[in-house]
Design a protein around this ligand. Structure first.
Ligand code: SF4
Length: 107
């Protein structure tokens, strides 16, 4: 069953330096992809199904960038905020939860 959440997060891959600090701080929300850039995800243990916003054209994957917003598990809010503060690319974007943006992800 889906968990209520207050925030969404996405990464501007154009600015990502690929150091992986975000995943070290909040491994349930951030993940490195094959091209050396990082992206966001929703994990099954929080939301009932795994979803990766890495622009792969396959089931369980969604768009990257601003359209690829992941819901933030409430238990990870502090970690996601810390990751955004520590991110050297300043490319972790945190937004209030928005149902329309979630519906427009196309997944
Ligand atoms: S901390 Fe920022 S710059 Fe570093 S991998 Fe994560 S999103 Fe990219």
């Amino acid at each position: 069953m889906a968990t209520a959440t207050k925030l969404m997060v996405w990464i501007d891959q154009d600015l990502c330096t690929g150091d992986g600090i975000c995943e070290e701080i909040a491994p349930d929300v951030f993940i490195g992809r094959d091209d050396g850039l990082w992206t966001v995800k929703e994990q099954a243990n929080h939301f009932g199904a795994d979803l990766f916003f890495d622009a792969e054209d396959a089931p369980g994957h969604g768009p990257e960038g601003a359209r690829g917003v992941a819901r933030v598990p409430d238990a990870q809010i502090d970690d996601v905020i810390e990751a955004a503060e520590e991110c050297p690319g300043e490319c972790i974007m945190i937004e209030p939860y928005n149902e329309t943006a979630i519906a427009n992800r196309g997944v």
